[in-house]
Write a protein that binds this ligand. Structure first.
Ligand code: PMP
Length: 421
């Protein structure tokens, strides 16, 4: 089989709503060449790259500000504490949370979901209770709930999606019954890019008196998130998908719920007093931050929030949408390439199959062309099962990507097709 252009694509003349060349200069890694080609980094849904201001902020912290926090009166400890807590305020603004104490630092989205499972699920759910998730979830929003079901005798109910990757909201409404205790849904699917109508879904759950956790790992990097407007009960994300450090993330929770929850881990900093008879837990958010945290991670996350705010999340969303539209148009000119995930509302994720070529071979060949895409099940095996594929190749865009990189991807796919047919 050879690649044939079906028709000349309509060219979108994309003009980013910011100075893209200047932005790209902030990302030293984007200058790399890979296999003699300019790197086209299109694996942003797995992890985004870090800009110089965030790197510089980390260096500043490690060389001029580091000490343990909250526990000493000396200069460095106070400086580090101010940086750590200051970043919490930036996360609050980023999510538009009401109060800083509603922001808990975590290792990332995975730990945030596990925190809710332990802190809320293990305390409040009992045998026969039900948790609603969707068919689009990442494993990190399935497995913790399955663990809870195994421990407590609860049941997982699943919202199905259609052939486009759009959730069936009628089916969702019908899943509620007197046993439903929690809804845990992703805002944006990492495997398909579908943007779920979480605001409406939250309203439906609340009409049944059920709280909602939103996994924002793939949404926070691409959309303006307003937890008050969504009215979600929990929202989480990972810093490394937002151009920040790995091992860092945040959980937003409504203060009233967080206060009722049990701690996730015990240790230093999460207590007000300890005797062998009794421990009095600290107030939120500290109740959930046992031990010495990832202080540099929090500081780096704060710098990331500043960086993204300066560009503007709406500008980021607009440019990524232009990249996705252009890439989708280009893919439609390729015979033998199937896009998996065609929801009308999508973030900049393009999962695809090249007919007759295993996704891993697609990824390996694209790497020869300097193009970094992800191949595999994307930690979303139920999505793969739904679409009856073992794996896909996935290009995922960030605001620093260019139309030329889309062209490099498309040219790479044509070469893959030539090589394998
Ligand atoms: N949820 C979604 C939708 C994701 O895409 C990911 C990361 N691929 C996670 C959760 C988990 O994020 P992390 O590994 O950073 O905890």
């Amino acid at each position: 089989m050879s690649a044939v252009a079906k028709s000349a694509p309509a060219v979108i003349v994309g003009t980013p709503p910011f100075d893209l060349a200047r932005i790209r200069r902030d990302f030293p890694i984007l200058d790399l060449t890979v296999n003699g080609r300019p790197l086209a980094y299109l694996d942003n849904a797995a992890s985004a790259q870090m800009p110089r201001p965030v790197i510089d902020r980390l260096i500043q912290y490690e060389t001029r500000e580091h000490a343990n926090i909250h526990r000493a009166v000396h200069y460095l400890s106070e400086t580090a504490t101010a940086a750590y807590e200051g970043a919490r305020g930036k996360v609050r603004r980023f999510l538009n949370a009401r109060e800083e104490r509603e922001v808990i630092y975590t290792r990332g989205a995975t730990e945030a979901i596990n925190l809710v499972m332990h802190g809320y699920g293990r305390k409040f759910l009992t045998e026969g209770d039900e948790i609603i998730v969707s068919q689009l979830e990442h494993h990190s929003n399935i497995v913790p709930w399955q663990m809870l079901c195994g421990e407590k005798g609860c049941k997982l109910r699943v919202i199905p999606c259609d052939e486009r990757g759009v959730l069936d909201l009628d089916a969702y409404g019908k899943l509620f019954n007197g046993h439903t205790r929690l809804v845990a849904i992703t805002h944006v699917s990492n495997a398909l890019g579908t943007i779920n109508p979480v605001k409406d879904m939250i309203a439906t759950a609340h009409a049944h008196g059920v709280p909602v956790l939103v996994d924002g790992a793939q949404a926070a990097p691409h959309l303006a998130v307003d937890v008050q407007d969504l009215d979600c009960d929990f929202y989480c994300f990972s810093a490394h998908k937002l151009c920040g450090p790995t091992g860092m993330g945040a959980l937003y929770g409504k203060a009233g719920l967080l206060e009722k929850m049990q701690p996730f881990q015990g240790g230093g900093d999460m207590i007000l007093s300890v005797t062998f008879e009794k421990t009095v837990y600290n107030v939120i958010p500290h109740k959930f931050e046992a031990g010495t945290p990832h202080i540099a991670g929090a500081v780096g996350l704060g710098a990331t929030m500043d960086y993204l705010a300066a560009i503007g999340m709406d500008n980021i969303a607009a440019w990524e949408h232009a990249l996705l539209s252009y890439a989708t148009q280009q893919f439609e000119t390729l015979d033998g390439v199937r896009i998996i995930g065609t929801a009308p509302e999508k973030a900049a994720v393009l999962s695809f199959e090249v007919k007759g070529v295993h996704p891993h071979d697609v990824g390996t060949m694209l790497n020869e062309e300097g193009v970094a895409v992800r191949t595999g099940h994307h930690c979303a095996q139920p999505v793969m099962q739904r679409f009856r594929v073992p794996a896909t190749a996935r290009a995922s865009f960030a605001f620093y990507n260019t139309m030329a990189e889309v062209d490099q991807l498309v040219a790479g796919i044509r070469r893959v097709q030539q090589m394998f047919t």
